[in-house]
Design a protein around this ligand. Structure first.
Ligand SMILES: [Zn+2]
Ligand SMILES: [Zn+2]
Length: 68
């Protein structure tokens, strides 16, 4: 396609999810789970498929709750 790139490509860094376990970004379209922190209920915990599969622990950045 003949598209003129007059603007720099914008990456959605702000909306990119970080896995709460391994801190790696979860790419759009990748399998991941999101759930509210079971302790404080204020933070949405994201876990990538790999961490879910291996039951890596996560840590809530708000209350410090750690879970499997
Ligand atoms: Zn992960
Ligand atoms: Zn929490």
């Amino acid at each position: 396609m003949a598209v003129s790139y007059s603007k720099p490509a914008i990456h959605e860094a702000a909306s990119l999810r970080l896995c709460s376990s391994c801190k790696r970004p979860i790419m759009p379209g990748k399998k991941a789970v999101a759930f509210l922190c079971p302790n404080c209920g204020k933070i949405i915990i994201w876990r990538c498929y790999e961490c879910r599969k291996h039951a890596i622990t996560y840590r809530c950045p708000n209350c410090g709750f750690e879970g499997p």
